[in-house]
Write a protein that binds this ligand. Structure first.
Ligand SMILES: Cc1cc2nc3c(=O)[nH]c(=O)nc-3n(C[C@H](O)[C@H](O)[C@H](O)COP(=O)(O)OP(=O)(O)OC[C@H]3O[C@@H](n4cnc5c(N)ncnc54)[C@H](O)[C@@H]3O)c2cc1C
Length: 351
């Protein structure tokens, strides 16, 4: 089989790149095992702000505008509702945070995203918020798990190879050969597993494990994402996503009693209603030493590319990053230097 591109991995990065190719009428095949990834476990929260310090995220307007239109077009394509516009209510810990929010919400870079009007503690009796809450306006939850499943089943059922690619079986040349596939180029979208990719293992992927709980809570509103010490996000059918932990030492996807207890203690600080635990799971985020994505062309092989390092913001960033990568490959357009893997080229040639 001869195609334009071989995509390795099918989390949100693989899907985003596949979608760029589909929109530009390029042929492709995806290789990915049928297993859970960080994308399946993510809450899918699209949030243009940093809620610890009340700042916009890096290139917030660029990312958010592209992401909303990308996911809304995808909804049409897969004919399923996956983009849920939901405000985030940040619970303040003290009066100082309340004041900081009001100052931040008046800044030009944030006024589009933060509501100046505070949400009173009396508005929601189900959460404990003695210092009120601040509302993030342009935020949403994308149901990535449903999106991935529908995309495979409806859009690429004959272009999807359900297996883990063995890097040793790739033959590089004018064309990339893998089993019976011959591709003009290969794009690796392997998330944290990218650490064992021999072409890109010089890149500083660190990885950060995240544990989450899914709970059922009959009386809690489904119209708001709450952000206390952790996120509490509605998932439909009275279920909620609770997370998450950050652990840089443990690189396994095993859940821990310690993680569960930590999540429960944080949840009980603000949720006043009874709930039932349905699931406890863990995955590894592909975080990078300088907290920027890993995007670009291999330092030596012209037809080998990477889209990785999405960290904690893959759902927000992946749509436009895939577009930047496509434009690099097709038109040789420059990537923003902060995202380009060229910034680590010295490490490659040193090895
Ligand atoms: C608990 C938790 C909560 C999160 N919440 C959010 C959130 O609310 N919002 C947000 O924006 N981000 C969130 N994130 C981060 C987000 O999940 C990631 O940024 C994003 O999902 C990474 O996507 P990816 O496609 O790069 O990697 P992954 O989702 O890890 O996908 C990698 C894919 O590559 C495949 N693969 C790997 N090696 C091979 C191989 N050799 N051959 C074939 N296939 C291979 C894997 O099987 C998988 O399909 C969260 C992460 C965690 C862990």
């Amino acid at each position: 089989m001869k195609v334009d591109t071989l995509i390795v991995g099918f989390g949100i990065a693989g899907l985003s790149y596949a979608e760029q190719l589909r929109r530009h009428k390029k042929s492709y095949v995806v290789v990915a095992p049928d297993e859970e990834s960080a994308s399946h476990l993510a809450a899918g929260i699209v949030n243009p702000t940093v809620l610890k310090r009340f700042n916009p995220v890096w290139k917030a307007p660029v990312f958010i505008d592209y992401a909303f239109s990308f996911y809304s077009d995808l909804e049409q394509l897969v004919q399923t509702n996956v983009l849920h516009s939901l405000p985030i209510y940040r619970i303040f810990n003290n009066i100082q945070e309340q004041n900081d929010w009001t100052v931040a919400a008046s800044k030009t870079s944030l006024e589009k995203y933060l509501n100046k009007q505070l949400i009173s503690k009396d508005y929601f009796s189900e959460v404990n918020a003695p210092f009120s809450m601040g509302e993030v306006i342009q935020s949403a939850r994308v149901d990535i798990r449903t999106l991935l499943t529908h995309y495979i089943n409806k859009i690429i059922p004959h272009q999807f190879l359900s297996e883990k690619l063995d890097h040793n079986e790739i033959i590089l040349g004018e064309f990339i050969e893998y089993k019976n596939i011959k591709a003009r180029r290969i794009v690796f979208c392997e998330g944290f597993h990218g650490l064992s990719n021999p072409y890109f293992n010089y890149l500083p992927l660190i990885g950060s494990k995240g544990e989450i709980l899914t709970i059922k809570c009959d009386q809690l509103t489904q119209k708001v994402i709450f952000k206390g010490p952790i996120f509490l996000s509605p998932m439909g059918n009275k279920t909620f996503w609770v997370g998450s932990t950050f652990n840089r030492k443990d690189k396994t996807t095993k859940v821990s009693e310690e993680g569960k207890e930590w999540l429960l203690s944080k949840l009980k600080q603000f949720l006043k209603l009874p709930f039932q635990i349905l699931e406890h799971k863990a995955q590894i985020r592909a975080t990078v030493i300088d907290r920027r994505p890993l995007l670009g062309r291999h330092p030596e092989y012209e037809n080998v590319y990477i889209l990785n390092g999405l960290g904690t913001r893959g759902v927000l960033m992946s749509p436009i990053l895939s577009n930047w990568l496509f434009r690099l490959i097709e038109n040789n357009e420059k990537l923003p230097p902060e995202a380009d893997i060229k910034r680590f080229e010295k490490q490659y040639f040193r090895n």
